[in-house]
Design a protein around this ligand. Structure first.
Ligand code: HEM
Length: 455
C-alpha cells in the first residue's frame, strides 16, 4: 500500500444545476423557438450559459454551447449515440449500422470500415473523383440553368458509390440511389421534427412517394450486395470488407448487419457532401473575387491542364476556401448524445438518461471564437492565424470515437470539385433561385439555381 492510497480523497466539487435558457413558453417550452428558427435559437444559447437546460414540451434537454465543452462531450465515455434523432433514423435506415451502434459493436464496425477511409487509401479513389469532377462541369451547357440540388446530390452519390462499392454497374445504380436518397432525406426530417406517427401511414401522395423511395433504397442495397456475391469478385473495397467481416466470435456478420452497414455509410455520405457542394457553388457565385483566387491558384499549380487528384495537396488556398465554407455552412448543424450515467460537464450536473444537444453551426459562427465571425475569410486558416482559433471551435466532422470516418475522403473530393468548377465557369444566380437556408437533416440552400458562364 502506498502512502498516497491512504490519503483521504478530496471532496468532489459541488456540481451545479445548469441554468434554464430564457424565452420558454408554457407547455411548449423552447420547442416553438427551436422549430420556428432553429439556427438563430441555437446561436443565442451561449448568452444563457456554457450548459443550459431547455424545455421541449415536458422533456428537459441540455444544450452545450462552448467549443471546449462540445469537445469534452464528444470525447467522454459518459455519453453515447442515442436520443430521438437517432431513434427515428434507426427506424427508417436499420438498427445495425455503424452510425447508430454503440459499445463493442460500434468498435468492431469502425475497425471494419476504417481501412477504406484511411489517408493512404484515398489516392486509389483519385481517378474516379477526377472523372466525376470533370464530368460534372462537362454536363453543363453555358447559359443553361443548373439545378444545384440534383446536380450536387448526383455527383456526391456517384463518388461515394463508385469509390466505396466499386463496379461498373454502379453508374446506373448511382442514379437510382440519388432519386431514392433525396426523397428519403426530405421525408425523414419531416418525420423527425413533426412526429405524427399514424399520419405518415395514411395513403397520401407524399407518404406513398416516401415509402417507395425508402423501399427502393433498401432494394438497391440488396441488389448491390447480391450482385457482388454472384460476381465472385473481391476488389479491395469497403463492400468486400463488409462481406468478409467477422463478429466477436469469429463468425461472418449477418445479412442484416451487412445491409444496414451499406445504408449507414451511403446515407450520411451523400447528403452531407451534396449539401456542402451546394454551398460551395453558392460561394463561387456570391464571391467572384474568391472564385477568381481559386482559379488563379489552380492555374498556377496545373499550368493550365485539367486539375488532377494529385494536385489536391498543393491547392492550399482552395482547401481553405472549402474549410471556410464548411465553417459558415456546416452540413451537420446539430448533434445529440445521451448520458449513460450521472455525470458532469463543465461543473454542471448531467443526470443519467439526459439528452444533450449542440450545434456545430452555432459553435463555428460564434463571435467569441472568431474575429469578424460572419465574414467569409478563407485566409483565417493560414498557419499564422489558425492558432488563434480555440480548440474544438471548428469540428465539422466531429471528434472522438464518433468522428466521421470520411474526413480525408470528403476533403479530397470537395477540394477537387471546387477547383474543377472554378476553373471552368463563373456562376450567376438566376431568377427563381432561392438561396435561403433550408434546415433539414443537413443545412443546404432552399433551391439554388445557377447559370454557368464559361471563363
Ligand atoms: C459521422 C460529418 C461525409 C460517413 C459523421 C459525423 C459528422 C459527419 C459530424 C459525426 C456525428 C456525431 O458525432 O454524432 C460529415 C461531413 C461530411 C461527411 C460534414 C462531408 C462534408 C461523409 C461521407 C461518408 C460519411 C462521404 C461515407 C461515404 C459517416 C459515417 C459516420 C459519420 C459512417 C458514423 C461514424 C460513427 O458513428 O462511428 N459525419 N460527414 N460521412 N459519417 Fe460523415
Amino acid at each position: 500500500m502506498t502512502v498516497e492510497s491512504v490519503k483521504p480523497e478530496a471532496p468532489a466539487p459541488e456540481l451545479r444545476e445548469p441554468p434554464r435558457a430564457g424565452g420558454g413558453v408554457p407547455v411548449l417550452g423552447h420547442g416553438w423557438k427551436l422549430v420556428r428558427d432553429p439556427l438563430a435559437f441555437m446561436s443565442r444559447l451561449r448568452d444563457h450559459g456554457d450548459v443550459v437546460r431547455l424545455k421541449l414540451g415536458p422533456k428537459t434537454v441540455y444544450a452545450v454551447t462552448t467549443p471546449e465543452l462540445t469537445g469534452a462531450l464528444a470525447l467522454s465515455n459518459d455519453f453515447i449515440i442515442a436520443g430521438p434523432l437517432w431513434e427515428s433514423l434507426e427506424g427508417l435506415l436499420g438498427k445495425e449500422g455503424v452510425a447508430t451502434a454503440n459499445g463493442p459493436l460500434h468498435r468492431r464496425q469502425r475497425r471494419t470500415i476504417q481501412p477504406a477511409f484511411r489517408l493512404d487509401a484515398i489516392p486509389a479513389y483519385g481517378p474516379i473523383m477526377e472523372e466525376e469532377a470533370h464530368a460534372l462541369t462537362e454536363r453543363w451547357k453555358p447559359g443553361e440553368t443548373i439545378d444545384c440540388t440534383s446536380e450536387s446530390f448526383r455527383v456526391a452519390v456517384r463518388i461515394a458509390a463508385r469509390c466505396l462499392l466499386r463496379g461498373d454497374y454502379m453508374d446506373e445504380r448511382a442514379e437510382r440511389l440519388c432519386v431514392a436518397l433525396a426523397t428519403v432525406f426530405r421525408g425523414m426530417y419531416r418525420r423527425m421534427v413533426v412526429p405524427l406517427g399514424p399520419l405518415y401511414k395514411l395513403p397520401l401522395p407524399a407518404n406513398r412517394e416516401f415509402n417507395r423511395a425508402l423501399a427502393d433504397l433498401h432494394l438497391l442495397v440488396d441488389e448491390i450486395v447480391a450482385e457482388r456475391r454472384a460476381s465472385g469478385q473481391k476488389p479491395d473495397d469497403l463492400l468486400t470488407a463488409l462481406l468478409e467481416a467477422k463478429d466477436e466470435n469469429g463468425d461472418p456478420i449477418g445479412e442484416q448487419e451487412i445491409h444496414d452497414q451499406v445504408v449507414a455509410i451511403l446515407t450520411p455520405g451523400s447528403e452531407t457532401v451534396a449539401s456542402t457542394i451546394m454551398w460551395l457553388l453558392h460561394m463561387l457565385a456570391e464571391h467572384p473575387e474568391h472564385a477568381d483566387k481559386v482559379r488563379d491558384e489552380v492555374d498556377a499549380v496545373t499550368g493550365g491542364r485539367p486539375v488532377a487528384f494529385q494536385d489536391v495537396r498543393n491547392l492550399r488556398h482552395t482547401n481553405n476556401v472549402v474549410v471556410e465554407a464548411m465553417r459558415l455552412r456546416p452540413a451537420v448543424w446539430i448533434l445529440t448524445r445521451r448520458a449513460v450515467r450521472d455525470t458532469e460537464l463543465g461543473g454542471y450536473r448531467i443526470p443519467a438518461g439526459a439528452d444533450i444537444v449542440y450545434s456545430p453551426y452555432a459553435i463555428q459562427r460564434d463571435a467569441k471564437s472568431y474575429e469578424r465571425n460572419l465574414e467569409f475569410d478563407p485566409d483565417r486558416w493560414l498557419p499564422d492565424r489558425v492558432k488563434d482559433i480555440p480548440k474544438h471551435a471548428m469540428s465539422p466532422f466531429s471528434t472522438g470515437n464518433r468522428k466521421c470516418p470520411s474526413d480525408h475522403f470528403s476533403m479530397a473530393q470537395l477540394t477537387l470539385i471546387t477547383a474543377a468548377l472554378a476553373t471552368r465557369y463563373r456562376f450567376e444566380q438566376v431568377a427563381g433561385s432561392d438561396d435561403g437556408t433550408r434546415v433539414g437533416i443537413t443545412l443546404r440552400p432552399q433551391d439554388l439555381l445557377l447559370r454557368p458562364v464559361p471563363r
